[in-house]
Design a protein around this ligand. Structure first.
Ligand code: SF4
Length: 148
């Protein structure tokens, strides 16, 4: 159940800060469902095993993008742009509307500060936000079920 703060929707438009493309430790990993991995591998013209070997690793059994840049930037980030944007992982598509972000305190203290896209652009309606949250949760369930 979303707080009434969100009932009229939220303005959001990505400002290209790339803040959400920089890792902040284990919680900052870009986790991948198998569907995500297959889609990105296809884009990179790799088979799934090649993609996993070159671009991914497992932490606690969960598949995620390998972090190679010392500054924590995603390896697909180049000049503040995602180089696989059209096929980017679900986790990246659903930001900032993740269930864990939509707690009033978390949203008002951390997420708003972290993401300059919040409060910009057109309003995302409550029903759309709910759909995005559901889409993200379904993806998360797939990732959990695919745990090694
Ligand atoms: S895959 Fe693209 S959108 Fe996702 S974190 Fe990496 S650069 Fe950012």
């Amino acid at each position: 159940m979303l707080n009434k703060q969100f009932k009229n929707g939220i303005k959001f438009k990505c400002q290209g800060s790339s803040n959400c493309c920089v890792s902040h430790g284990q919680n900052g990993y870009v986790y991948l469902s198998l569907k995500d991995a297959i889609r990105i591998a296809k884009y990179l013209k790799l088979n799934i095993d090649e993609f996993k070997k070159d671009y991914c690793e497992y932490t606690d059994g969960y598949l995620h993008l390998k972090e190679i840049k010392k500054n924590g930037e995603c390896r697909f980030l180049s000049e503040k742009k995602c180089t696989i944007y059209k096929d980017r992982p679900t986790q990246c598509r659903t930001w900032p509307f993740w269930k864990e972000n939509m707690k009033v305190k978390e949203w008002n203290i951390n997420i708003i500060k972290f993401c300059p896209g919040i409060g910009k652009g057109n309003k995302v309606s409550l029903s759309k936000i709910k759909k995005i949250i559901k889409y993200d949760l379904n993806n998360e369930m797939e990732i959990i079920n695919e745990k090694k």
